[in-house]
Design a protein around this ligand. Structure first.
Ligand code: IYR
Length: 227
């Protein structure tokens, strides 16, 4: 065996009876099913420790060769939020007024989104997720692996942690997002991945009454035949 292998440690995990598993998995699904994206936030601040814990939970996600190719920029500074809003709205204005196809605009119409992004200032925190394409060690660049998959998983964990804390989020993708590298002075190996406002949902906020695909539409079963 290579000398470079990790030392291995025992891992044990609680298991449950089948009845308990069914109940737990159902209640987890029902709880996750209550998560909704919101586009209006209260400006009420969130304790920094909560935001840090949410990010720590995200950073437990699996990643290619355990490179953890992510950086979570936690922005609560009002001036920086304003800069981000101004730059995002500039890009979004151009996107909504010519860069997006009519088909895309038609698909978004039911959600009522437009180029204006007040939530970028209202939400008490913006988590700007960057993917790290490579790491530089002793002047040598080493590429990370499955970067988008890894960072996508971490963002999934992040959204679940936000929901678990009783907070709300919006997965926002201003396009193009390069302005975030500049505003946040990120190094060359980082690319913006998602911009996630986090906070309390605004009072009396509404969300579109959309339906999630039922299990039969998202699960394709290939079962044992028992012949
Ligand atoms: N980035 C734009 C447009 C947008 C695109 C998709 I796909 C959405 O699901 C929602 C919005 C915006 O943030 O408005």
């Amino acid at each position: 065996m290579s000398e470079k292998t990790y030392p291995y440690i025992r891992y044990s995990k609680e298991t449950y009876s089948e009845t308990e598993m069914i109940a737990r998995s159902r209640s987890f699904f029902e709880w996750m099913d209550q998560r909704r994206t919101v586009r209006e936030f209260s400006d009420k601040p969130v304790p920094e420790e909560v935001l840090e814990n949410i990010i720590r939970a995200a950073s437990t996600a699996p990643s290619g060769a355990h490179k953890q190719p992510w950086t979570f920029c936690l922005v609560t500074n009002p001036e920086i939020k304003t800069k981000i809003r101004e730059a995002a709205e500039k890009e979004e204005y151009d996107s909504y007024n010519g860069r997006m196809t009519q088909e895309w605009l038609d698909d978004l119409a039911p959600l009522g989104t437009d180029w204006q992004k007040p939530f970028l200032e209202t939400a008490p925190a913006l988590i700007v997720v960057f993917k790290r394409i490579y790491e530089e060690k002793n002047g040598k660049k080493k590429n990370n692996y499955y970067v988008a998959e890894s960072v996508g998983l971490a963002c999934g964990f992040l959204l679940a942690a936000i929901h678990h804390a009783g907070l709300a989020a919006l997965t926002h993708t201003p396009s193009p997002m390069n302005f975030l590298c500049k505003v946040l002075e990120r190094p060359d190996n980082e690319r913006p991945f998602l911009l996630i406002p986090v906070g309390y949902a605004a009072e009396n906020v509404t969300v579109p009454d959309l339906q999630r695909k039922p299990a039969e539409q998202v699960i394709v079963k290939y079962e044992r035949s028992f012949i």
